[in-house]
Design a protein around this ligand. Structure first.
Ligand code: AMP
Ligand code: ZN
Length: 493
């Protein structure tokens, strides 16, 4: 059964498949803005994308999916925070990036294969802006900023059908004076000492020094790490307009080809009927909930208990229900362990779901996570534990592990060994290759370290860059820098 996912562009479910001849599915997910803690609304989006990534890997093969998720570490909000706190940008973004990573790990979200930062890709953004200026899609304004000329791209509005709604939203009073048209948007923002502090880079040819606009970062990083055309681009529903509409305009005008074959937007998490958001202050972080005694897995469960394309109202009661459901799931594993002499190998590709087939069916039909979790528990209820043979138990164990990994993720063998140590029979023998496997070439953790180091070097934070180089070396990788790029190589022994 192919994976069918709602496509925001055509507004219907469409099959997901790799379009490149190498068979690698190229997946870009807009990442967090690292100026404050991510709240569980943000994590609804990231957890949904994690299930999607796991589904893609099971369908196409773990080495046939490339997942890129950026970190927005320079924009109005991050700069605003440096002004508020009177601390350097890199210090603030590092703090919240580390917290984001810790929360992702706690929620069992797989790290993306590449996690590029906006500050680490200034050069790529500048060259894309220069390309748009040369092609006549962008112009320099009187203050030295650069704007994208919306009426130079006839396809503008195709994703959001914005023409039907009028182009009002991009219009900001602050920069209205400099633009040819109120709906043009900023690609490059000229440096303003009173607002920007010391955050500035040399601009595109002919423009002032300053910093990139928010939208160009995803176009440039997606091009660098996934190429001109990607298979799937995702984010929360608020990103559809103007962020994704602008990304399409920038990428398609510069590259002269289709930007993304498929767009997917998940809906928001609400609190008492309104969107959970940092600016409204009506949010819970993962730490808030852990402090109240809930486990991160219960949070993950609760976030998946609404259809991702429908708004979900968050309630603490749902965490209590989640905890009891998870206890039931663990009890089911415990019962299976007692029937098994050794744990069977869990295949990394879809082979045998058995009674758990409905879990897979629910997920491949537009990522229906609540139906999948419902199907998982229905299947568990029907297992005749008392009369199971070893081979039946083996099949059930494989199906259950795969279903559990889809919905909840399993970080590494430790979790399993820990839970097994209680039963005393199978300690340490778990083979969870479904989640343990490494990327075919450079491990994601190493790429992440390298990206961090490159970003630090670009930001002229040489102390951090050196420390990260040492960390990489200790992990067995050396980073070879050229002026504009880097290469990772295993340290020769
Ligand atoms: P930000 O850190 O604000 O750039 O947002 C990171 C991701 O979280 C984006 O994909 C947003 O669309 C998404 N997001 C923001 N608020 C919510 C919410 N209340 N519920 C679900 N996703 C959200
Ligand atoms: Zn983005």
């Amino acid at each position: 059964m192919p994976i069918r996912l709602f496509d925001s562009l055509t507004r219907e479910p469409r099959e997901l498949k790799p379009s490149h001849p190498d068979g690698v599915f190229r997946f870009y997910n807009c990442g967090p803005t690292v100026y404050a803690p991510a709240h569980i609304g943000n994590f609804r989006t990231f957890v949904v994308n994690d299930v999607l990534r796991r589904l893609l890997e099971l369908e196409f093969g773990a080495d046939k999916v490339k997942h890129v998720r950026n970190l927005t570490d320079v924009d109005d909000r991050t700069i605003g925070q440096t002004q508020k706190e009177k601390r350097p940008l890199a210090e603030i973004t590092k703090k919240w990036t580390d917290k984001f990573h810790a929360d992702c790990d706690a929620l069992n979200c797989l790290r993306p294969h590449v996690e590029p930062t906006a500050t680490g890709h200034i050069r790529e953004q500048v060259s894309m802006i220069e390309c748009l200026m040369e092609k006549g899609n962008a112009y320099r304004a009187a203050d030295g900023s650069v704007y994208f000329k919306i009426n130079s791209f006839p396809g503008y509005g195709g994703l959001s059908r914005i023409k039907e709604r009028e182009l009002k939203v991009t219009n900001t009073v602050a920069d209205a004076d400099h633009k040819d048209s109120v709906s043009d948007f900023a690609l490059w923002k000229a440096y303003k000492p009173e607002e920007d502090g010391d955050v500035k880079w040399p601009g595109p040819r002919g423009a002032s020094e300053g910093r990139p606009g928010w939208h160009i970062e995803c176009s440039a990083m997606s091009k660098k790490h996934l190429g001109d055309t990607i298979d799937l681009h995702t984010g929360g529903v608020d990103l559809l307009f103007p962020h994704h509409e602008n990304e399409i305009a920038q990428s398609e005008c510069c590259n002269g080809t289709t930007f993304a074959h498929h767009w997917y937007h998940s809906e928001h998490l609400l609190v008492e009927g309104t969107t959970m958001s940092k600016s409204k202050g009506n949010y819970y972080t993962l730490s808030d909930l852990v402090e109240k005694g809930y486990s991160p897995m219960a949070v993950r469960y609760a976030l998946l208990m609404g259809h991702p394309r429908k708004q979900l109202n968050f309630m603490l009661d749902s965490l209590r229900a989640a905890e009891s459901a998870l206890r039931k799931l663990n009890a089911c594993f415990e019962q299976l362990y007692t029937k098994l002499k050794t744990l069977p190998e869990v295949p990394t590709r879809k082979v045998h779901w058995g009674v758990f087939e409905p879990v897979w069916v629910a997920l491949v039909e537009d990522l229906n996570t609540p139906a999948a979790i419902g199907a998982l528990f229905t299947a568990i209820d029907q297992i005749p534990f008392a009369s199971l043979s070893e081979s039946e138990s083996k099949d059930l164990y494989i199906g259950l592990t795969q279903s559990k990994a889809m919905a909840f993720g399993i970080p590494h063998t430790l979790e399993m060994s820990a839970s097994l140590s209680g039963s005393g029979t199978l300690k340490g023998s778990a083979n969870l290759s479904i989640v343990e496997r490494k990327n075919s070439e450079v491990p994601a953790a190493i790429t992440a370290l390298a990206e961090k180091r490159w970003a630090a070097k670009q930001a002229k934070d040489f102390a951090t860059a050196d420390a990260l180089r040492k960390e990489l070396a200790a992990a067995g990788w050396s980073m070879l820098d050229s002026k504009t790029d880097y290469k990772l190589e295993p340290v020769k022994k």
